[in-house]
Design a protein around this ligand. Structure first.
Ligand code: S3P
Length: 442
């Protein structure tokens, strides 16, 4: 376990390109595997999570080759997977486990999905229940992995209203729905990231999505008609906006900074963090440049033009409600930003943070306090007061990549040296993080 020292920085300068988006990367080989023909995937995520997806797919008979530029995935169609000889190890990756469960539920064999200690502690009942409603037999211990999935090729389509705003649950059901017979419809009251819907459209699935009028204007639905017939595609994955977020925050917080990030994904369900920075007074420009595979991408430019006078409205900034799913992975970083904002930031309706790779409400609060911030913790969020001059501290990420990275950014704006313990955990989503950070920090 490596400890990384982060020193206070003057500013950030440079032009970066992020590795491929993690969420889109998980989906690309899964959906390619379900298609007929050989698909090509460019700019696949370098994350350990996405490597876990590939190794699980290989274990169920999907041929995958990797050249320097792209991945080749030989589709097996809806039913061409083979029974794995051993449990499928999803590592730390909730997306791998929950999405693959949807595909495996519809296969004529039994498989076991497992993962590391953190993943085995995360809730799986949320996907078990809808997949069982479709006819799959899944057993777990107290709603936790390992999951034993007794799949069946005769899954039935369902209409399911999400009780938890989660793109992973939605995607798991839609992937099972691709293979089931009939129209599977997922209704969500707080819309979540829609990469699965966009990619299924790009592979030729019969899809429909939009506002669910009977349920009210905030209520969305996504529906897929199964069994689907998918055709191999070339998918080009945009840079990961959740990885770009750390650099954007650093540049915004350090006066005199100037940063450009090119080719970054700008899916409307993922740009909320940047919008929040803008409304707090940071100089963030977003220029959409192209759309490929129904996903837009573009240039992000951030200047560090202000220091302590961010957001002087006389009341704390409140982040809650339907905004939360669209900024869920950036909340620890927003809490760090909150420590630099007049009156701070309050995050609510975010109890989901407690069941991420770590309990992110607790790990964020503890580490922010260690750096001198005043934090109040709630069941469903936290309040970080500001502005506070942070000081260096020893950060314990609890194996959580997003905590390690958020506090590396806190370390840049602190008054003294910060030690990030177990810093290797950043490889879960972003192995290049510290190298890229060193390349732009002055
Ligand atoms: C993801 C969805 C989110 C997010 C995770 C990736 C996805 O999880 O936190 O990092 O790729 O669908 P939930 O759907 O559980 O909120």
């Amino acid at each position: 376990m490596r400890t990384m020292i982060v020193r206070p920085a003057k500013r950030i300068r440079g032009r970066l390109v992020m590795p491929g988006d993690k969420s889109i990367s998980h989906r690309a080989p899964m959906i390619s595997a379900l298609a007929e023909g050989t698909s090509r995937i460019r700019n696949y995520s370098t994350s350990a999570d996405c490597a876990a997806t590939l190794s699980c797919l290989k274990q169920i008979g999907v041929g995958i080759e990797q050249s320097q530029l792209e991945l080749f995935v030989h589709g097996v169609g809806l039913h061409g997977f083979i029974r794995p000889g051993a449990p499928l190890d999803c590592g730390n990756s909730g997306t791998t486990m929950r999405l693959l469960a949807g595909i495996l539920a519809a296969q004529n064999f039994t498989s076991v999905l497992t993962g590391d200690e953190s993943l085995r502690a995360r809730p799986m009942q949320r996907i078990i229940e809808p997949l069982q409603m479709m006819g799959a037999k899944i057993s777990a211990t107290d709603g936790h992995a390992p999951l034993t999935i007794q799949g069946t090729q005769s899954l039935q389509a369902i209409t399911y209203e999400l009780l938890i705003a989660s793109a992973q649950i939605k995607s798991s059901i839609l992937l099972a729905g691709l293979i089931a017979s009939g129209r599977t419809k997922v209704i969500e009251n707080d819309p979540t990231r829609d990469h699965t819907e966009r990619m299924l459209q790009s592979f030729g699935a019969r899809m429909e999505s939009g506002v669910d009028e009977r349920e009210g204007e905030n209520s969305h639905f996504a529906a897929v008609d199964g069994p689907a017939s998918l055709k191999a595609q070339v998918t080009s994955i945009p840079g990961d906006i959740s990885s770009a977020a750390y650099f954007a925050a650093a540049a915004g917080l350090l006066p005199g900074s100037s940063l450009e990030i090119d080719g970054v994904g700008l899916n409307p369900t993922r740009v909320e963090f940047l919008k929040q920075l803008q409304s707090l007074g940071f100089a963030v420009e977003i220029a959409e440049e192209s759309v490929e595979n129904y996903e837009s991408r573009g240039l992000l430019r951030v200047h560090g033009v202000r220091s302590v006078n961010l957001k002087k409205s006389g009341s704390r900034v409140m982040l809650n409600g339907s905004l939360i799913p669209n900024v869920i992975d950036e909340l620890p970083l927003l809490a760090v930003v909150g420590s630099q904002i007049e009156d701070g930031i309050e995050i609510r309706d975010a109890a989901e943070l407690r069941v991420k790779e770590s309990d992110r409400i607790a790990t964020t609060a503890r580490n922010l306090r260690a750096m001198g911030a005043e934090v109040e913790e709630f069941d469903d969020g936290l309040y970080v007061n500001g502005p506070t001059r942070l000081h260096g501290a020893t950060i314990e990420p609890h194996g959580d990549h997003r905590i390690a990275m958020a506090f590396a950014i806190a370390g840049l704006i602190a008054g003294s040296e910060t030690e990030i313990q177990d810093s290797d955990c950043v490889a879960v989503s972003f192995p290049e993080f510290f190298d890229l950070l060193h390349s732009v920090v002055e």
